[in-house]
Design a protein around this ligand. Structure first.
Ligand SMILES: NC(=O)c1ccc[n+]([C@@H]2O[C@H](COP(=O)([O-])OP(=O)(O)OC[C@H]3O[C@@H](n4cnc5c(N)ncnc54)[C@H](OP(=O)(O)O)[C@@H]3O)[C@@H](O)[C@H]2O)c1
Length: 269
């Protein structure tokens, strides 16, 4: 039996169902999700439910997960569909016997300037990045609380620290996500459920491949996956990387409004 007052362990094992943790991961068909699935299979022998809409890509990731020493279950679904996500979590429990770690990683990065303000873009980004994480949290947290163990993680962004030009909907969705899990952590951690907020800077993925602006301190995908997997294994509260970009954006977040506005209005579009 896991004691509820046990401090966070340095690895999964004491709080997990077996030595090979069962993980539900959204956004597993591409980029950070796909690389993280393979890394968790390699480092933990993880048994992973891979969720995203593109089933054919998930099947390819599943092959890589198995090659890396893990087990994979492909569950194609849209994270915005609450019932579908709940069903995927049930299917994971039925297949692997438990859920030790749930990672809400699915997300979209749509740009929107003030002159093109669009309700449908704001809604889409909020639906996927924020409410699409909430569907997973709602599906796993009650059972984790009943068991007094488990771990939830969300992939937010350093863009959650402050509103950035042409990225309002994205920054807002990630700020909402980080704030939600910060609040949840205050109640979940004392009850044995760890909570991790992941704040990457720029990582080379299909999402950033579309960007046509400078992306300083870009992190290669395998390195990002290793940093995240290590942080999750240590059950960190937050995983922020790379440090130069984190420092830069944290500094921006501490600036008074008038100075922030001046600097950002002068920055290249
Ligand atoms: N790359 C970066 O620089 C960076 C930095 C900070 C934070 N992040 C965050 O990291 C996460 C992963 O991004 P990425 O860079 O790896 O992008 P990506 O390669 O475009 O992957 C996005 C993933 O989200 C899934 N997804 C999107 N909408 C979905 C929906 N409605 N239902 C289910 N799955 C959905 C996609 O799968 P399907 O299309 O198959 O459904 C895909 O697997 C995102 O939350 C992103 O905001 C990325």
């Amino acid at each position: 039996m896991v004691r509820k007052d046990t401090p966070p362990a340095l690895c999964y094992l004491p709080a997990m169902s077996t030595q090979h943790p069962v993980i539900v991961l959204t956004g597993a068909s591409s980029g950070i999700g796909a690389a993280l699935a393979v890394e968790l299979a390699r480092s933990e022998g993880a048994r992973i439910a891979l969720l995203a809409r593109r089933a054919e890509l998930l099947e390819e990731v599943a092959i890589e997960v198995r090659k890396a020493g893990g087990e994979a279950l492909v569950l194609s679904c849209d994270v915005v569909d609450e019932a579908a996500v709940a069903q995927a979590v049930e299917q994971t429990r039925a297949t692997f016997g438990a859920v030790d770690l749930a990672i809400a990683n699915a997300g979209v990065g749509l740009a929107m300037g003030a002159n093109d303000l669009s309700y449908s873009i704001i809604k889409k980004v909020m639906d996927i990045n924020y409410l699409g994480a909430a569907t997973l949290l709602a599906a796993v947290v009650p059972t984790m609380l009943a068991e007094g163990r488990g771990h939830i993680a969300v992939v937010s962004s350093i863009a959650s620290y402050r509103g950035l030009r042409r990225s309002g909907p994205y920054c807002a969705s990630k700020a909402a996500l980080s704030t939600l899990v910060e609040a949840l952590r205050l109640e979940l951690a004392p009850q044995g459920v760890a909570v991790t907020a992941i704040h990457p800077g720029f990582v080379k993925t299909p999402m950033t491949d579309k960007n046509r602006f400078p992306m300083p301190f870009m992190v290669p995908l395998p390195k990002a996956a290793r940093i995240i997997a290590r942080g999750l294994a240590a059950r960190k509260r937050e995983i922020n990387f790379p440090w130069p970009m984190v420092t830069l954006v944290k500094l921006l977040s501490w600036l008074p409004g008038w100075l922030f506005d001046r600097l950002m209005q002068r920055s290249p579009k």
